[in-house]
Write a protein that binds this ligand. Structure first.
Ligand code: SAH
Length: 231
């Protein structure tokens, strides 16, 4: 529940110190060249510290990745801002995220468009993020426990797809599930580094790939971990 810009979540709280750190984080992102006002506003609004373990609130506002459960990480704020900006959301798009992780990226997306589908392979992270989406009343997010390599054929096509784990290649199933003229933002491993790519689906199923610099993500792995639920 958002009250005067403060989100109330049982057991967690936002305060002026953390809001100040959040503003500082957003100014830093502007300094690094992020200029999409709606993305910056969303990152100012969502309390990033709710997505890290309690006791580590201040770490949430440093521009770095941070450990979460299941040996995974919440992406660094700059990466979240860059990937979100590359999606160029206008408010009407249907978006698929692969790699829910903490749920932070999905929460930012939920303020920027109508409908978000997100898949996580770790059952623990799936359950934790599901609870947080309910507490934050982000009811336009549907989250799934499953293997993101396969996408979500029953909900396809998607106007945008965002992959938040480092892939070895662009999965064909995800390209298939893009709507015509839709695009996917995906970090892909080249010989010695990961690169952020935008893969746009053109007419007759061809794709156009644009590179957006180096990045660093935990690996995109096939298969799911833990029990399969809520599919
Ligand atoms: N978007 C997340 C970042 C999480 S890190 C956030 O905002 O916190 C990447 C996540 O991708 C990890 O949680 C990892 O478990 C998940 N992942 C990796 N391979 C996957 C796959 N094949 N399907 C679904 N999730 C996957």
């Amino acid at each position: 529940m958002f009250i005067n810009g403060l989100v109330m979540v049982k057991g967690r709280r936002d305060n002026y110190k953390l809001k100040g750190l959040r503003l500082h984080m957003v100014k830093h992102l502007m300094h690094l060249g992020i200029d999409d006002v709606k993305v910056l506003q969303a990152m100012l609004e969502i309390p990033r510290h709710y997505f890290v373990e309690s006791g580590f609130e201040e770490w949430a506002y440093k521009d770095q990745a941070f450990p979460i459960a299941s040996d995974q990480t919440i992406s660094r704020p700059y990466t979240v801002a860059l990937q979100t900006s590359l999606l160029k959301l206008t408010g009407s798009e249907k978006v698929l995220e692969i790699g829910t992780g903490s749920g932070y990226q999905a929460s930012i997306l939920s303020l920027l468009t109508q409908k978000i589908y997100t898949i996580e392979r770790h059952d623990t992270l799936f359950k934790q993020s599901h609870k947080l989406f309910q507490q934050l009343e982000l009811f336009n997010i549907r989250n799934y426990h499953g293997d993101g390599y396969k996408g979500l054929p029953k909900r396809a096509p998607f106007d945008r797809i965002i992959v938040t784990a480092g892939a070895q290649e662009v999965p064909g199933a995800l390209v298939d599930q893009l709507a015509p003229s839709g695009w996917m933002v995906i970090p892909v491993q080249s010989i010695d580094k990961q690169e952020m790519l935008v893969v746009e689906k053109k007419q007759r199923g061809t794709t156009q790939v644009t590179q957006y610099g180096e990045c660093e993500f935990v690996p995109f792995l096939e298969g799911k971990v833990g029990r399969l639920e809520h599919q």
